[in-house]
Design a protein around this ligand. Sequence first.
Ligand SMILES: Cc1cc2nc3c(=O)[nH]c(=O)nc-3n(C[C@H](O)[C@H](O)[C@H](O)COP(=O)(O)OP(=O)(O)OC[C@H]3O[C@@H](n4cnc5c(N)ncnc54)[C@H](O)[C@@H]3O)c2cc1C
Length: 475
Amino acid sequence: MAKPTGFLEYNRQDEGHLSIKERVKNYNEMLVPLSPEEINKQSARCMDCGIPFCHGYGCPLANRIPEFNDYVYQNRWKEALTILHSTNNFPEITGRICPAPCETACTLGLHDDPVTIKHIEYQIVEKGFKEGWIVPQIAPVKTGKRVAVVGAGPAGMAASQQLVRAGHSVTLFDRHENLGGLVRYGIPNFKLDKSIIDRRFEQMKAEGVEFKGGVNVGVDITAGYLKKDYDAVCLTMGAGVARDLNVAGRDLEGVHFALEMLGEQNKVLTGEIQKSDAQINAKGKVVVVIGGGDTGSDCVGTAHRQGAKKVYQFEILPKPPESRPDSTPWPMWPAILRTSTSQEEGCERRWCISTKEIIGKDSKVSSIKCVEVEWQKDDAGRWQMSEVAGSEFEIKADLILLAMGFVHVEHEGAIESLGTKLDNRGNIVVDENFHSNIEGVFSAGDSVLGASLVVKAISTGRKMAAAIDAWLRDK
Ligand SMILES: Cc1cc2nc3c(=O)[nH]c(=O)nc-3n(C[C@H](O)[C@H](O)[C@H](O)COP(=O)(O)OP(=O)(O)OC[C@H]3O[C@@H](n4cnc5c(N)ncnc54)[C@H](O)[C@@H]3O)c2cc1C
């Protein structure tokens, strides 16, 4: 145990952020790490409780949190790093952007603020890179088996790294030029700089992962060809079909899916496209973001940095409660009101708002018509939405961003040609070994789960890799 009285002596201290004024000037990461003295105190708050719910219930990766907290407290950072990497390939990603279900399950959180687990994770891995402790782990023996991984998001990256370390030859395909999936082409740089992905990719390349970017499987090469040419195929293609808004005016100029804007901005920052070629910009505009989640919040932060005049964010669901409701008791993930750093930067958030129509002038969006809604349970206990009579309103809008979630993996192309079985939500069906209905074709990440989280993509990617390794060795 780190320090038996630590949780009694020290209060929780979160990492800092650059001031709003400073950070909206550019797209740089805004996180300000805690000092070594402070991080030592924060690790001392871990109680090493009898049943660490953070590890066994909260974290999808089952990160061994009490152990790494203890090592950090003892200043044994290298051991902390080994423990962290034993369950998580990319703590530098989760340490920055995970919503940290480990913290909402922390036992200390029952009657005090939980341990600042996510930031301790960040500190461990950043120290590891700084000290040069993170080096390629090259498989001592090659198996001669070849695996194709389609989709280089966190699920595909984790699976590739695990498989190559197990001695298999791995080719990782992506339709984008660079790897990272939504972490590169969705999540903004101010939350996660793309050099963080490149740094890890260097290790993966040295371990033997062959990356083939700019290859759209199902268009440039067929999935059938991969199946013939490789011993196993992994589909880690994400849940790329965005939920659309079916209202009049949807086709007007200035109405875009969130990822069109976020992806474009990230490409400009890494030089993949020129700023002058970018099609979407919020500068001087009134921006309406439809969707109150993470994606919408990233649009808000990006719009601020592009110089938006005013930003609204509308959510169709009711405003969540400020504190943990009875419906999600500890250690469950609580459905509470959260305010992201982007929302802190200033935006008018409204809940229970539904869009009626988008209005345009000269084929460009000029305003949006909405209505307030209320939610009530019907006799069968299902939530039903109804419009509030007389609550319609119209506001000026120059740019509308649709951030209403994602429905499922793209079906056209690879999935249709393979005949992969889908569930009633359109996700790929796999068994407990991540094996689809097609012999030798496996799947993990958002393609299976539907739109989810990085931590779950890494977790399922790792589990799928272990299952493929066992399957290949069996053969
Ligand atoms: C804007 C935004 C913000 C988010 N913020 C967070 C956050 O803060 N924290 C968090 O935990 N999660 C966040 N998420 C969710 C998280 O990014 C995803 O859950 C995660 O990236 C899923 O990983 P994946 O590997 O399954 O799929 P993806 O990351 O979607 O990667 C799939 C890859 O497959 C490729 N692909 C698809 N089809 C083909 C094909 N036919 N041929 C070749 N390549 C193909 C795609 O190009 C893509 O690179 C966010 C998502 C979005 C959109």
